[in-house]
Design a protein around this ligand. Structure first.
Ligand code: SF4
Length: 231
């Protein structure tokens, strides 16, 4: 089992200048255990989309990720991987990783109980850049308090996203996304997610969600969308 030397301490690794007929191959890898098999994939942690192989150990149903290695044949990286590609996946199995939603109660975070599971969900993004900094700069800075207690869905319906107004002021198309989702039959709860610009709607049923997804795809072909479910 071999692992590329610490690429957090030495971000670039050995220099291999891109000169002459071709960029030299240098296959980087980070393996925690010897895998049973390799699965061809790509790193999605930035827009380079470096091709890589995922090392999988088959010691539990569905397998377990134990490493990554670059692909010598990839035209983008010729085997190189950056620190995010090499180490980002390790966080997935970290014991520090949050695996359940938490809600603020005063100065404490508590697990949310009673969340609906399996409810139809549609995510939509207008595919226009929105930096987080300007959204927070446009926020009025007023802390309007946490979500209410009791049934989480009822609390969410009664709640709000305080960044929706400043984000919409910076990127007005968000208002159009929200209005389009609210106009969809069967849409239950519609909000902007986080600091934007992705918005979501919960639907009464899968059919209503898919109908809305088809209508939006035809009306706004440049928008990204993901029909899915709450887990
Ligand atoms: S390995 Fe680094 S450069 Fe390549 S896609 Fe991932 S984050 Fe981007």
């Amino acid at each position: 089992m071999s692992t590329t030397p610490d690429r957090i301490a030495d971000i670039w690794g050995p220099r291999t200048p891109h000169e002459g007929p071709g960029w030299p191959v240098r296959v980087d890898q980070n393996l925690e255990e010897e895998p049973d098999r390799w699965v061809q994939a790509a790193c999605f942690l930035c827009s380079n989309g470096c091709g890589l192989d995922i090392g999988v150990k088959d010691d539990r149903p569905g397998g377990r990720m134990v490493g990554v290695r670059g692909k010598a044949t990839d035209v983008v990286n010729r085997g190189r991987l950056g620190p995010k590609g090499l180490y980002g996946w390790v966080a997935n199995a970290s014991t520090d990783r949050l695996t359940t939603p938490l809600i603020r109660r005063g100065d404490r975070l508590e697990p949310v109980v009673g969340l609906p599971s399996g409810q139809a969900l549609l995510l939509v993004n207008p595919m226009q850049p929105l930096a987080t900094g300007p959204v927070f700069a446009a926020w009025d800075g007023v802390d309007r308090g946490p979500l209410g207690t009791g049934d989480p869905l009822a609390a969410a319906r009664a709640g709000r996203n305080d960044l929706e107004a400043p984000a919409t002021a910076v990127l007005p198309v968000i208002a159009e996304v929200l209005a389009s989702l609210r106009a969809s039959a069967g849409a239950d709860l519609v909000r902007m997610s986080g600091s934007g610009a992705t918005c979501f709607a919960l639907f009464d049923n899968i059919e209503s969600r898919d109908l809305a997804a088809r209508r939006l795809a035809s009306q706004y072909p440049d928008w990204w969308q993901l029909p899915t479910r709450l887990r």
